[in-house]
Structure formats: structure tokens, C-alpha cells
Design a protein around this ligand. Structure first.
Ligand code: DOR
Ligand code: ZN
Length: 439
């Protein structure tokens, strides 16, 4: 006999009792009932199925990291879908978007489907993908469904995706039917500053602030001209912030990465290639401008640009070392510590790390703790504290630029699709998660 669908025998149920749930209106202590991976009720509920008593721990939507370089396929000695997703779980991240600069690059359906196959096998958190623009593939990319958007590299970085010609970029903006995510550093200016600053061997001088700002200005003008949405990746300079203050429209969104908030080029001067990434670490005035943008709402989201490379690869001379630092595991802990220290409010933290990324990329059912949404949650102990250590990192590259940093607050539990996958330092459920559905 078949059961009516409100009581199927394969139905899974989990009740989280007495967590503190954050909303724009403030905090309330109550229960959450999860049925079949979705939030069924928020409010006092009679316990059913498995019950976990949260005793006042903070409940947030799982963090959504919209900028991650998984390295699979092509460089799995740096990271793969299992290792990145374990790192994600430890950092309270329940969904991420993977960049296309792999080997081979994700510039068509075949490469995308190979990534889909690999992630479906072993990724423990939800995942979505970006396609990579070339000067000739936009018509082909327009045919592909259910991706987060198209990544355009306007300045050269890891991999061989580069659009260094404004005519090609204009054509991409004019012809795309998808959201464009821009690595905005103007390649001609990068080459010019390389010419005049090469003997400094200082990454931030060779990739001057102006190269980023000019690229943001060009991108803004083309987005307006062709009425297309753009998302500026990893803002790093006060000059970009100033341009966005004057010109940001509803067609433009932007992100900032923790390494540009918690480090300046002083770190590069002291630690060399461990502080080498694109765009580079900047001077204090830019760091301050980014924080102001986070506090006053100019900056839409925090993403990590998680870009793992091994210490062996980093420990070489400046010119040979790859660019990028890991970050998916330390992003929420760093931002949480900043929020608990009063640098931003907890509702703002939730907005820029959870709710707004879901809105920008159109992730269905994600980013809020409300009935009907996916039960992707992060449980936080605000009273606990911990120290970031290389030896505890789950990323395959096994190091972090934040080694030794002491932080207030701690991720206690990470729940993906109603399954407790991470609890008190351990990954406790190896069930693969799902590809994100985009609106
Ligand atoms: O530092 C960076 N590393 N910036 C990028 O744009 C790419 C990334 C990587 O994939 O290594
Ligand atoms: Zn990146």
C-alpha cells in the first residue's frame, strides 16, 4: 500500500531545538523542523525524527562562496572536489561556485559535463559552475543551461583564459545572455607597469591599482551600453571603490575577498609569494576603503577566490611562483571574528555571505532560514574561540596565509540538504551533495 506523501516511509526528519536564528529584525530563539532536506517549519515544533538540542547556538544559512578554484580536473595535487568540500564544511560553507580556469579550461559543454561528473561523485557541499569566455565561444556558451555565469579574465592570471582586447570584450558583453563575472585588471596596463616596475619585484607595483580601476570603469560603461549584468570579482583598491560609488547601477554587483580585508602588501613584503595573488594585496588606504564599502552596503558579497597552490610551488622565486591563496575554510571564521568585534553587524554578515550571493546568482532555495528553503545551515558558537593553524587545514594545499591567527567564534556544525555533515571538528557524513539549480 502506498502512503500519502505527507508520511512517506523514506521521509527523513530532523529537528533543531532552541537555536538562535538571525534575521533583519534581530535574533529569536526557536526550533527548526527539517523534512526531506528542506526547512519545513521555523518556530516551536513538537519533536519528530532525530533531534539536536542547540541550546542557544547561532543558526545561519550556510555560507555561499561564489568564487572557488577547485583544480579538478588538471591540478588535483592542489585540490579536488572532495578536499575542497571538506574544507568548505569546516568553514561553514554549504555551496560554492567553481571557476573555469582548469586544464582543460571549462569553455564548452564537454568540459563542463566532465566537471559535473567529478563533482557528483565526491563533492560534499552543493556546487555550481562558471564557464570561461574566449574570443570565439560566446554563441556556444549561450546554448548551455544551468550555470552560474561566464567568467571573463580581462587580465592574465593562472590558466590561459584571457580577453586582452577591448573589441573582443565588447563583443562578449553585447552577445552574452548570461551574467558576466569579471576579473577586472586591464592587461595593457599590467604590461606597462610590468615594464616600468619590473626591477622592484613588488607584486602590487607590477599590478598597479590603476590597472584594476581602469578595467572596472571600462566594464561599467560596456555593461550600461549593452544593458547587461556584470559582477566584479575581488575588488581590491580604493580607486575601484571610488568608481563604484559614483557609477554603481542595479546592473552591477561586486565582491571582496577576505585576504584583501585582513592583509595589506605588508604581508607580501614579509612573507613573499605566500602573499602573491591576483589582484595583489594593497596599501592600507585601499584596505580601509574596502571595509567602508562592506559596512555601508556598497559591497554586495564576500567570496574567497580560494586558489590553492602547494607550499613547494610557492617556495620559489617571485617570477616563477603561482598566484593565489586558499580561503574557503577561513572566510567565515575571519568575518565572524570581525562581526563579533563590532566591525560589522551580524545581520550584515549574514546578508553578504549567505543571502545576497544566492540572489545575485539566482540560486533557487538558498541563502535564507525560512520554510521551503533548502536546509543548508551553519551552526555557530559565539562564545568559543580558536586559532587558525596550517596543520588543521583540510584544503589539499595544507597551508593558509592566516596561520597563527586567533579568532572569536567557531563553526560547530554544518548541515547540507538536511544532513549533518560536519560536527565539532569532524566530517561525519560522506554523502555527495547536489548541483545548484539556477533561476
Ligand atoms: O591569484 C589568483 N589565483 N588569481 C586568479 O585570478 C586566479 C587564481 C588561480 O586560479 O590560481
Ligand atoms: Zn579567482
Amino acid at each position: 500500500m502506498s502512503l500519502p506523501n505527507f508520511a512517506r516511509d523514506d521521509m527523513t526528519e530532523l529537528t533543531l531545538r532552541q537555536g538562535t536564528i538571525l534575521s533583519d529584525e534581530g535574533e529569536s530563539r526557536t526550533d527548526i523542523r527539517i523534512v526531506d532536506g528542506k526547512i519545513a517549519e521555523v518556530g516551536e515544533v513538537s519533536p519528530g525524527g532525530e533531534t539536536i538540542d542547540l541550546d542557544g547556538l547561532l543558526v545561519m544559512p550556510g555560507v555561499i562562496d561564489a568564487h572557488v578554484h577547485v583544480r579538478e580536473p588538471g591540478a588535483t595535487h592542489k585540490e579536488n572536489f572532495r578536499s575542497v568540500s571538506e574544507a568548505a564544511l569546516a568553514g561553514g560553507v554549504t555551496s560554492f561556485l567553481d571557476m573555469p580556469n582548469n586544464n582543460p579550461p571549462t569553455t564548452g559543454l564537454e568540459a563542463l559535463n566532465e566537471k559535473r561528473r567529478l563533482a557528483a561523485e565526491k563533492c560534499l557541499v552543493n556546487y555550481g559552475f562558471f564557464l570561461g569566455a574566449t574570443s570565439t565561444n560566446i554563441a556556444e556558451l549561450n546554448q548551455i543551461q544551468n550555470v552560474a555565469g561566464i567568467k571573463v579574465y580581462l587580465g592574465s592570471s593562472t590558466g590561459n583564459l584571457l580577453i586582452d582586447n577591448l573589441q573582443d570584450f565588447a563583443r562578449i558583453v553585447a552577445e552574452t545572455d548570461k551574467l558576466l563575472v569579471l576579473h577586472a585588471e586591464n592587461e595593457q596596463l599590467l604590461r606597462y607597469f610590468d615594464e616600468i616596475k619590473r626591477d622592484t619585484a613588488m607584486h602590487h607595483e607590477i599590478r598597479d591599482n590603476v590597472a584594476a580601476a581602469v578595467s572596472v570603469a571600462e566594464s561599467h560603461l560596456l555593461s550600461e551600453r549593452f544593458n547587461k549584468r556584470i559582477h566584479i570579482a575581488h575588488l581590491s583598491t580604493k580607486e575601484e571603490i571610488n568608481i563604484l560609488r559614483l557609477h554603481k547601477t542595479e546592473r552591477m554587483t561586486c565582491e571582496v575577498c577576505p585576504h584583501h580585508l585582513f592583509m595589506s602588501y605588508q604581508y607580501f613584503k614579509e612573507h613573499g609569494n605566500l602573499g602573491k595573488m591576483n589582484p595583489p594585496l594593497r596599501e592600507e588606504a585601499s584596505v580601509e576603503a574596502l571595509w567602508t564599502g562592506i559596512q555601508d552596503g556598497l559591497v554586495d558579497i564576500i567570496s574567497t577566490d580560494h586558489a590553492p597552490h602547494t607550499l613547494d610551488e610557492k617556495e620559489t622565486d617571485y617570477w616563477a611562483a603561482p598566484c593565489g591563496v586558499p580561503g574557503i575554510e577561513t572566510s567565515l571564521p575571519l568575518m565572524l571574528d570581525a562581526a563579533l568585534g563590532g566591525r560589522l553587524s551580524m545581520p550584515r554578515l549574514q546578508k553578504i555571505m549567505c543571502t545576497r550571493p544566492a540572489e545575485i546568482f539566482g540560486m533557487k532555495g538558498k541563502g535564507r532560514v525560512v520554510p521551503g528553503y533548502d536546509a543548508d545551515l551553519c551552526i555557530i558558537d559565539r562564545e568559543a574561540s580558536h586559532k587558525i593553524l596550517n596543520e588543521n587545514q583540510r584544503t589539499k594545499c595544507s597551508w593558509t596565509p592566516f596561520h597563527g591567527t586567533e579568532l572569536k567564534g567557531k563553526v560547530q556544525m554544518t548541515i547540507v540538504g538536511g544532513r549533518v555533515k560536519y560536527r565539532e571538528g569532524n566530517v561525519v557524513d560522506n554523502t555527495p551533495a547536489n548541483e545548484i539549480r539556477f533561476a
